[in-house]
Design a binder for this molecule. Structure first.
Ligand SMILES: [Zn+2]
Length: 169
């Protein structure tokens, strides 16, 4: 069955509204950052309507379904492979750079988390994996606020740096 978040079911107005919540960095390697609501787990929240009911979905899953042109299966995760940024929604193929959000399984997710814990995380400048839930949410919200009125490189960097290395005293 899959989950009912198929963007194609929501239609063009819902998809256009989604895109208005996304701010793209100018560089080919930059994240595309969600500037809507952020949950206590650090991930975004996007409200949609299905069968007359309000539902909330994770923007990274929604973006990935959009890129794939089909809804994700229940067994499919939207993994942050490049950046590990919970509110990054850069999915699908791009003319420049590579997608940050890709389809994966739970075992790939666990393997990726283990690799990041060992200092992997492939080139990301800021490491999210050492943060606890509250610190992740705080960083996501600071980052979201930094791009509220469009991409601001200095604001993005200071949002990430301000909340970096919370255990370093
Ligand atoms: Zn990203």
């Amino acid at each position: 069955m899959g989950e009912p978040l198929d963007p194609l079911v929501g239609g063009s107005a819902e998809i256009a509204r989604f895109h208005r919540f996304v701010v793209q960095g100018p560089a080919p390697t930059d994240c595309h950052i969600w500037r809507g609501a952020v949950s206590d787990d650090g991930y975004g929240r996007y409200w949609i309507r299905r069968d007359g009911k309000q539902r909330v979905v994770r923007p990274n899953r929604y973006a990935l379904a959009l890129a794939l042109g089909r809804p994700l299966l229940d067994s499919e995760l939207a993994l942050h492979e490049v950046c590990d940024n919970p509110i990054c929604v850069r999915a699908g193929s791009e003319p420049l750079g590579r997608p940050h959000v890709v389809v994966g399984t739970q075992s790939q997710n666990l393997a990726g988390m283990a690799a990041k814990g060992r200092g992997g995380g492939r080139g990301q400048m800021w490491h999210w994996s050492g943060l606890d839930r509250a610190a992740r949410a705080a960083r996501s919200r600071a980052l979201r606020d930094a791009v509220r009125d469009g991409w601001d490189e200095a604001a993005v960097r200071s949002a990430l740096l301000a909340s970096d290395s919370p255990t370093l005293f």
